[in-house]
Design a protein around this ligand. Structure first.
Ligand code: FAD
Ligand code: SF4
Length: 512
């Protein structure tokens, strides 16, 4: 029975469930550059160029393998304005008797497809996305009787389930987690390997031209463009990471150095999230490196935990808690996103560096997202809706399923502790310890109050003070609240005044 098999833009995998039983003679694969996908939020220019180049390369690969492909370019006259219309029209043209798709990763889009299935004259089959290592049922079963959902315990189940870094029933080396050996501050003279840079071929050049023509008013630098855009290239990125960076991944996982956006991270999230790489192959590659004594256990376990633990846990939370998760605002944070998140125009050097790198690369590594950009959003009381939109727009690996729990749960504590046990709030001392940003900053990280003091220092205490009623009962904050309660009243008064002045200037978008 002829089928139309539709691939969403983050499903560029040949092993995806909706292609599993494809008949090359009768079935048509549909890939479409839908305007709504690029403009639903105004994505970073590099991200759109990446998507278009990946989709076009993927379609060419499938054509080479003699699959029947219908590819709709953005300016194709047949490209209808909604996905629903595209699916109806193209299924008729392909004389398909059924439409087969893998469930979209985005909650709202999934709901739309369920609705379409219910009303469509042509049968629609929506299959589970088995590229992930956990699924709704497994997560719900794990979560069902738990008072708190903690990644660490979920991760242990996943290690056992997939038999990764296990010695029988025990974890390799005797411990589940080697973070105590990780997260060292940066040291001088680190020889950080250059990141993977892919040259621009004809297809990518056309993708860049599409973005210049259609999306020039979006955020971010389109060029230089360097992403891998095919599966073979993405595998090279993974290989290069395993050979050159994995060894130091754990040790310098949280380190930040001015002018070094890539550090020892893997830079594979773009490829994992759009389908060019599969999570299990990345995990297995790291595990083999450990077995072959190419990388130490602290690095390998730390890396595997990010994918088998965090990535799957985050998706589990998203599926478990949507749609209400989108509206969470436990701390009633209401300040609008300041202009400098787009321009990088601020005297706070850490923020300036992280925003500029985000603008250039559509990438910032985890600790920049969490402890600089996220920490500032938390301490300043920025509203979850603005912050979520920003993170969704600016990173080439951002899709709502992964961005939303990281923002609402991890950085803003807007879910009241569903994802994390306490807010990731920190003063300037943390940023100073883990980076060299403070050396080139207008503000003094060692000053706690006053005009020249690092704003993170007073905002940190002000945040705790402002949210006293909601956070005081959190056991993990008990010690710090005791310090606040014993604080000299004069000092406390100055902290509150400094914060008020600063936040007032922030809301007026003054240069801070
Ligand atoms: P590495 O540091 O090398 O880690 C390896 C892999 O682990 C990543 O590629 C990623 O797939 C996975 N991973 C690690 N941490 C997380 C996490 N917290 N959640 C999910 N996966 C994780 N990641 C995204 O893929 N898309 C996002 O939109 C996104 N938004 C984020 C927003 C905030 C506020 C924060 C704090 C984190 C966010 N992350 C997001 C997680 C993480 O920062 C990125 O996955 C990582 O920086 C990607 O770079 P990398 O591939 O070099 O990662
Ligand atoms: Fe950031 Fe404060 Fe350091 Fe400046 S002094 S770079 S604002 S942490």
């Amino acid at each position: 029975m002829p089928a139309l098999r539709y691939l969403f833009l983050d499903q560029m995998s040949q092993s995806i469930s909706c292609l599993k039983d494809i008949n090359k003679e009768t079935d048509t694969i549909l890939i479409a550059e839908t305007k709504e996908a690029f403009t639903h939020v105004k994505h970073h220019k590099k991200k759109i160029a990446f998507w278009i180049s990946v989709m076009r390369h993927f379609s060419l690969e499938l054509q080479k393998q003699k699959y029947k492909i219908k590819y709709l370019k953005i300016d194709d006259p047949d490209n209808e304005n909604t996905l629903e219309n595209i699916l109806m029209k193209e299924s008729q043209k392909a004389q398909a008797k059924t439409i087969i798709m893998t469930e979209p990763s985005d909650y709202a889009q999934h709901q739309r497809m369920i609705k379409l299935k219910a009303s469509s004259a042509i049968p629609i089959e929506i299959r589970e996305d088995d590229r992930f290592l956990s699924n709704r049922m497994f997560f719900a079963e794990w979560a069902k009787d738990k008072k708190q959902l903690r990644m660490e315990f979920f991760y242990r189940e996943m290690r056992k389930k997939y038999d990764i870094l296990m010695q029988g029933k025990k974890p390799e080396g005797g411990k589940w987690n080697y973070d105590s050996d990780n997260r060292k501050p940066p040291t001088k003279g680190l020889d950080i390997p250059a990141p993977y840079i892919e040259s621009i071929d004809k297809v990518t050049q056309e993708a860049l031209d599409v973005v210049k023509k259609n999306f020039n008013n979006h955020f971010g630098d389109l060029e230089p463009f360097f992403f891998a855009v095919t599966r073979d290239q993405a595998l090279q990125v993974l290989h290069q990471f395993i050979e050159e960076r994995l060894f130091n991944f754990g040790t310098y996982q949280d380190a930040m150095i001015e002018g070094e956006p890539w550090m020892y991270h893997s830079h594979i999230s773009f490829y994992l999230n759009c389908g060019l790489l599969l999570p299990l192959e990345c995990i297995k590659a790291a595990e083999s490196a450990y077995k072959n004594k190419k990388a130490p256990l602290n690095a390998v376990e730390g890396f595997i935990r990010q994918i088998l633990g965090w990535r799957e846990f985050i998706r589990g939370i998203y599926q478990y808690k949507m749609p209400s998760y989108e509206d969470e605002n436990f701390l009633d944070a209401s300040t609008s996103l300041p202009e400098f998140y787009w321009t990088g125009k601020t005297k706070m050097n850490c923020l300036k560096q992280c925003v500029s790198e985000t603008k250039q690369n559509a990438y910032a590594h985890h600790i920049q997202r969490l402890m600089v950009l996220g920490n500032f959003a938390l301490l300043s009381g920025l509203n979850p809706s603005d912050v979520n939109e920003w993170y969704h727009i600016v990173y080439a690996d951002a899709y709502q399923w992964v961005e939303l729990p990281n923002v609402t749960g991890m950085i803003l504590f807007a879910d009241g502790g569903v994802l994390g046990s306490k807010p990731y709030a920190a003063s300037g001392a943390y940023i100073n310890k883990m980076s060299n940003y403070c050396k080139n900053c207008t503000y003094k990280v060692n000053e706690k109050t006053g005009e020249g003091a690092c704003p993170f220092n007073y905002l940190y205490w002000d945040f705790l003070n402002r949210n006293h009623d909601k956070l005081r009962t959190n056991q993990r904050l008990a010690m710090i609240y005791k310090v606040l309660e014993k604080m000299d009243p004069e000092k406390k008064k100055q902290i509150i005044e400094n914060s008020k002045t600063f936040l007032n200037r922030l809301t007026k978008n003054e240069l801070i």
